[in-house]
Ligand binder design. Sequence first.
Ligand code: ADP
Length: 334
Amino acid sequence: MSRGADLELASVTKSYSGTVAVDRISIRIPAGTYCCLLGPSGCGKSSTLRMIAGHEEISDGDIVIGNRVVNGEPPVKRGTAMMFQSYALFPHLSVRDNVAFSLKMRGASKADRHKRADEMLELVAMTPYADRLPAQLSGGQQQRVALARSLVTDPVILLLDEPLSALDPFLRIRMRAELKRFQRELGITFIHVTHGQEEAMALADLAVVMNHGKIEQAGTPQEIFDRPATEFVAKFMGGHNVIDLGGKRVTVRADKVALGADETAMPTVHTRGGTVTSVEYQGYTVVVTLAGDDQQELLAIVPERTFFASPVEPGARAAIGWDSRDIHELAASA
Ligand code: ADP
């Protein structure tokens, strides 16, 4: 089920006194999409989000929600809302009053505000905590209150700026699942800024990888991981070998390569040898990094059992090998 409106960015640009933070980006995000804006620090994710929210002026281009250009409109008129991190809750207000706050700003009566706030608290399973102060809640509970607070105005697009970064790793994974569930239930668009590729892959219907203010690639997580458009995307997503092969730049997924002690013994068509620099045990898999003889870093992600059948150690010689069918050629313009 989806509710709400398509969002379109048409050649949207943001410059801050000479610095181009967002450089003519264009993308269409259909209603009801979980979209992650992904990329390293400084690539323009937050500026993009703030322009969609109406918290930052657009330097050039158009933002279209539904069939309306919203460039100059305040957030209230756009039907967008921003979820801030949990520490942005008002410490002196109860959970209910925190959630009801923006309705008070819009002049709703106290009875209406509380009714609506209570509905939102129910949605995020926080009803028993309505009268508490934020300091009396755990980090995960505070995050849910922050979510309820942002949803209370019934937005069609919810914007989330690194919403999970303040949580510990265990809670982050739990809240991540909850965000996805809320988005599905509400059927509205979520646009979630993150620098974590794992977070984006877990959540996104549409992942948008940015670099230096431009979109490097937009697609499903699987498209982006399996068929990175550029060397930047392959390296940023991780888990890929980027290799020169007959003058072409190609990638081979690290979980598609075989690992052996010596390239002459590899059963595959292509091989590269090197010296093992690290071996990381990760449970299901073991991640082995090699300094290749041609100075390129090589990576193999090997199932646990395969690795321990013939383990290698740092400092030893080893080789990786792969077959032609697992080669993915990068775009020439990369
Ligand atoms: P991200 O969210 O990907 O880390 P930002 O959108 O915050 O990236 O920033 C993109 C670029 O714009 C960076 O070079 C940053 O230093 C610059 N920038 C962001 N906000 C401002 C501002 N208010 N004034 C000047 N430069 C800014």
